[in-house]
Design a protein around this ligand. Structure first.
Ligand code: SF4
Length: 468
């Protein structure tokens, strides 16, 4: 029987089918961090249960970590407690722990792929919604809650109802200045934040085939923002070249066996999806959000739509625009920008810093802008230095911070003050996401760069044309 990529990976991992209930899935890799694991470990301890597969579990500190002076003790007591708990639990249960100061420390969804923990055809979970990132490798990867973290620690399995399947095709040539982030924000703007609820999405078409692994990770990362359980892309030569030789990737004969498995991981020609959508990649322009959910996005040259043209209640829409201080019919171009954040598991990889640097090269940061450039890991940080990007950034008036989730969420010191506007390459623009009262505009690293040097929302294509 013909199968989709999703079916193939899911069916390979079913340990038991419960009649009329969820499937019990084996989990190949469990990534943990300081926010959702402490309570799960307390649960294990209270029941006297150990971690079944410590060697399939990896811990990194990222959400609560500072992004400057990481050699000093963490000042915030709550953050310090959570980080201490992650360290002591990891040591007690024999789990690899990559804490602050460790060479492998970084954002969980950045370091997992970098070290080859993320592999095609695997099942991967983590107590963070954006675990969908790992689907870029043809893995089934999704975020789980604290009680599920405890379940996976104890059993290496999880009970999950099988989601429906959706395929999203994007074909055609992307225009100048259009990045994977724009493709993802475009899709979410079309589907809305609930358009893929109940589905697991496969991305297909030449736009994704021609994308780097970094770009594919950005797209899959944002799947959750349209309600999907996760997103995935069939592994190909690009994937295999990325995975081969990494520290935790299979080696020798194990690699040969893995490669044979990876090559089976594609949707059969006549496999059926519950829903299929197709978009023209050449119609996408650099995107920016204007509201308080990632579905409230538009091409940067457009005007904020009227409530009559958007889904959801007019009152909610008005509340959202009021929070942002915007109005129906406004152009986003020229809107003030106070902060620029480049980083997070969405856009904290080397390709994102290359894009940002390409646009700010030879220019200077706007006086009114505070810029936080935060690599997703020490590997990214090292690449930025080795490739000479740091010199260009320094010359343009920017500084680099240390790896961590940073301003993606208001759980560490990098908070945007109330009422201030941030152009952010992260993934959520909810009220208060970057700090109480903060106002977030989600965009690509190129749009962030254009804002950082002009001090207002600017179409990056105008600056690229200047360069050409
Ligand atoms: S960068 Fe943001 S979304 Fe990603 S792991 Fe950190 S907090 Fe979660």
């Amino acid at each position: 029987m013909s199968k989709t990529l999703f079916d193939k990976v899911w069916d390979t991992h079913v340990v038991r089918k419960i009649e009329g209930g969820p499937d019990v899935l084996f989990i190949d890799r469990h990534l943990i961090h300081e926010v959702t694991s402490p309570v799960a470990f307390l649960g294990l301890k209270s029941r006297g249960i150990s971690v079944l597969y410590p060697d399939r579990t990896f811990a990194t500190a990222d959400h609560n970590t500072p992004t400057i002076n990481q050699h000093l003790p963490v000042a915030d007591p709550l953050s310090a407690n959570q980080l201490d708990a992650l360290e002591s639990n990891s040591k007690e249960y024999g789990i690899s722990y990559w804490g602050l100061g460790h060479q492998k420390n970084g954002i969980v969804h950045v370091v997992g792929p970098e070290y080859g923990i993320t592999q095609p055809g695997a099942t991967i979970v983590c107590g963070d919604s954006h675990t969908s990132t790992h689907g870029a490798f043809g893995a089934i990867a999704f975020g789980i809650g604290t009680s599920e973290v405890e379940m996976v620690l104890a059993t290496q399995c999880i009970m999950q109802p099988k989601p429906k399947k959706m395929r999203i095709n994007v074909n055609g040539k992307l225009g100048i200045g259009v990045t994977p982030k724009d493709v993802a924000l475009f899709i979410i703007s079309k589907l809305t934040t609930s358009g893929a609820t109940g589905y697991f999405v496969e991305y297909a078409g030449d736009v994704f085939e021609n994308m780097s692994m970094e770009g594919r990770m950005t797209v899959c990362n944002l799947s959750i923002e349209m309600g999907a359980r996760g997103g995935m892309i069939a592994p190909d030569e690009t994937t295999i070249n990325y995975v081969k030789g990494r520290e935790f990737s299979p080696k020798g004969e194990a690699w040969d066996r893995a490669l044979a498995y990876y090559k089976t991981l594609k949707t059969d020609a006549d496999a059926v999806f519950d829903k299929e959508l197709t978009f023209d990649g050449s119609s996408i322009e650099p995107m920016i959000t204007y509201g308080t959910n990632p579905g409230m996005g538009m091409g940067i040259s457009h005007e904020i739509p009227d409530a009559a043209h958007v889904e959801g209640g007019a009152a909610t829409y008005e509340k959202s625009l009021n929070y942002m201080g915007f109005h129906e019919g406004d152009s986003m171009l020229g809107k003030p920008v106070d902060f620029v954040f480049v980083g997070s598991c969405t856009n904290g990889r080397i390709e994102d810093f290359r894009a940002f640097t390409s646009l700010v090269k030879g220019k200077h940061k706007a006086e009114n802008v505070t810029a936080w450039l935060v690599p997703g890991s020490h590997i990214v940080e090292a690449q930025i230095k080795e490739e000479g990007l740091l010199d260009i950034l320094t010359e343009a008036g920017f500084a680099l911070r240390q790896p961590g989730c940073s301003a993606c969420l208001a759980m560490n010191d990098d908070k945007v003050p109330a009422g201030k506007y941030a152009v952010s390459t992260s993934n959520r623009n909810f009220e208060g996401r970057q700090g109480p009262g903060s106002r977030t505009m989600l965009a690509s690293p190129l749009v962030a760069a254009a804002a950082a040097i002009t001090g207002v929302v600017t179409d990056p294509r105008t600056l690229i044309e200047e360069l050409v």
